[in-house]
Design a protein around this ligand. Structure first.
Ligand code: ZN
Length: 270
């Protein structure tokens, strides 16, 4: 976070079905990227690589945190050029041969040690705003044939120092699976924003996730929820009603709907 004096929020890009979220610095410019996905229904199919780099700029050597190895979280990096020059921080997971080949094409890549599972880490801006990230579950020991990578990847959040307001960035992990989110409920934190996990899927949605969201919603006057998915998609994402039942005062935004008004992203600012 060198040179970052405060974190102003996040930019959630329309990548079709997938996630790509940038953290914004004091000038509302991206300085750290979380995921760089989008395959089905992505808006870059026609004009390709240059448009990806221009729409979702990534500075060489800046940090790119990959929540997990599903292609809808990294596929745009394979097509564009900028994201491959970032420094990647990734989870150890069972993944596809295509993901392995892609990883070999990155300039710099670091794997989170398994001994850090459940142990949230943070990077801090000069004013105390914090970016938290946590590997939420252990990778299976080899030889392994299956892994639910939504439950063993990285989940993130940002906390503004000034008023302890929070933006949750869980990737595809359900809220209840992220250890450090539970600590926010016990404190005086307010929810400012949320990127719905797993593109607004209702799988992994359970009583604990609902309870967590209700707890936050009850004491947060208003907040934004971004649903990052294609329209249409074969999974019937997003299930907005689940969220609005738990948090009636929240405002929902669907990234795919941005295209009809000529926009490529939505900002959630503190
Ligand atoms: Zn996904």
């Amino acid at each position: 976070m060198a040179g970052v004096t405060r974190v102003t929020g996040v930019r959630v890009y329309d990548v079709g079905q997938g996630d790509a979220v940038a953290l914004l610095d004091q000038d509302e410019a991206p300085f750290l990227q979380i995921d760089y996905g989008g395959r089905q229904g992505n808006p870059f199919a026609v004009r390709g690589a240059q448009r990806i780099d221009k729409t979702m700029p990534v500075r060489p050597g800046s940090l790119l945190v990959l929540t997990h190895w599903d292609e809808d979280h990294w596929f745009s990096a394979r097509r564009g050029g900028a994201a491959r020059q970032a420094t990647w921080l990734v989870p150890r997971q069972l993944t596809s041969p295509r993901a392995v080949m892609f990883s070999a094409d990155l300039d710099e890549i670091y794997c989170v040690p398994e001994k850090w599972v459940g142990n949230a880490k943070c990077f801090v801006a000069s004013n105390g705003d914090a970016f938290w990230w946590e590997k939420i579950g252990s990778a299976p020991r080899p030889p392994a044939s299956h892994e639910d990578c939504n439950l063993t990847g990285l989940a993130c959040s940002i906390v503004r120092a000034e008023d302890k307001s929070v933006i949750l960035l869980p990737g595809d992990a359900p809220l209840h699976a992220v250890g450090h989110y539970k600590q926010y409920l016990g404190g005086a934190h307010l929810l400012r924003g949320l990127v719905a996990f797993h593109h607004g899927s209702k799988s992994d949605w359970n009583r604990t996730t609902r309870h967590l969201l209700r707890g936050f919603a009850a004491r947060s006057p208003t907040f934004d929820i971004a649903f990052s998915c294609a329209n249409p998609n074969p999974y019937n994402h997003p299930h907005i009603r689940n969220y609005l039942e738990a948090a009636p005062r929240a405002t929902a935004h669907v990234t795919a709907n941005l295209r009809s008004v000529g926009r490529s992203s939505i900002d959630i600012l503190f």
